[in-house]
Design a binder for this molecule. Structure first.
Ligand code: NAD
Ligand code: ZN
Length: 245
């Protein structure tokens, strides 16, 4: 694996960097990517079948159990060298972290002001009245089908704080991400398949402004051909090399 010197120079000389991340940056922390998370009890579901409001309304215990299982995985996971490299870069220059991830590994590595395009797993709230859920939840040690708790105000079911397929992204977060991507000196695109829009449209907005883009992903993606540089390597290996002073 080698990181092109030109790509390293782009990061070294940048004053404003955007790091757009997807599930792949957390894979080496042991959090399964979306495509890998359909295991055991949920193997018969497509991600799109679990991550929708219809799925939750139709079979709340199956969907809630899946998210609780992922909550437990997240709680046990630690940031990896890629999350730390992004946080370290933020100590030297202005970095906007724009993530599709619903985990908190960027924050736990030390990044601040992370823009969570798809919400946060543990920002539980009532599915009917939106009231935040206080009181926490207990993650199961093994995958189980679990009835969600109910809202003390309206009796509605408690749901995870993620943005499901078909739901709008948080407006202010998305516009801050667009703003960051169109003002950056370079945009790094790390561990995303580029299939979920509008997140996947952000690198294109940067390109339209003439801003260089660098992909870090062991696999080729639908975004690869429009990137200025593509580094074909796992994030925890490549990012520290890419952003090293
Ligand atoms: P995705 O599952 O569609 O794609 C993951 C990408 O990561 C793939 O292109 C894969 O080649 C790449 N990848 C795998 N291992 C990698 C590594 N070590 N280093 C770099 N790249 C690696 O994920 P997505 O593009 O983020 O979109 C799917 C949706 O899944 C998002 O909406 C997101 O909210 C959700 N999701 C989040 C988490 C999380 O919070 N950690 C986990 C799973 C899914
Ligand atoms: Zn309620």
């Amino acid at each position: 694996m080698s990181v092109p010197e030109e790509a390293r120079a782009l990061v070294r000389e940048a004053r404003r960097v955007v790091v757009l991340t997807g599930a792949g940056i957390s894979a080496e922390s042991g959090i399964p990517t979306f495509r890998d998370a359909q295991t055991g009890l949920w193997a018969r579901f497509e991600a799109e079948q679990l991550a929708t409001e219809d799925a939750f309304r139709g079979d709340p215990a199956t969907v809630w159990g899946w998210y609780l299982w992922r909550t437990g995985i997240e709680a046990a996971a630690q940031p990896n060298a890629a999350h730390r490299a992004v946080a370290d870069l933020g100590q030297r220059v202005h970095v906007d972290v724009v993530t599709q991830n619903v985990d908190t590994l960027h924050e736990r590595a030390g990044s601040r002001g992370v823009l969570h395009l798809h919400g946060s797993l543990t920002a539980f709230r009532c599915a009917d009245c939106g009231q935040p859920h206080v009181g926490g939840v207990e993650a199961p040690g093994s995958p189980r089908v679990i009835e969600p708790p109910t809202c003390p105000l309206c009796g509605g079911r408690i749901r995870p704080g993620v943005v499901w397929f078909g739901e709008p992204l948080p407006h202010r977060t998305l516009s801050a991400a667009v703003d960051a991507c169109t003002r950056a000196d370079v945009v790094l695109v790390v561990g995303t398949s580029g299939l979920v829009h509008p997140a996947a449209s952000l690198p294109g907005l940067a390109s339209e402004e003439g801003i260089p883009t660098i992909e870090v992903n062991p696999e080729e993606t639908v975004l690869s051909s429009s990137m200025t540089y593509a580094v074909r390597a796992p994030a925890a290996l490549a990012l520290p090399l890419l952003v090293r002073d």
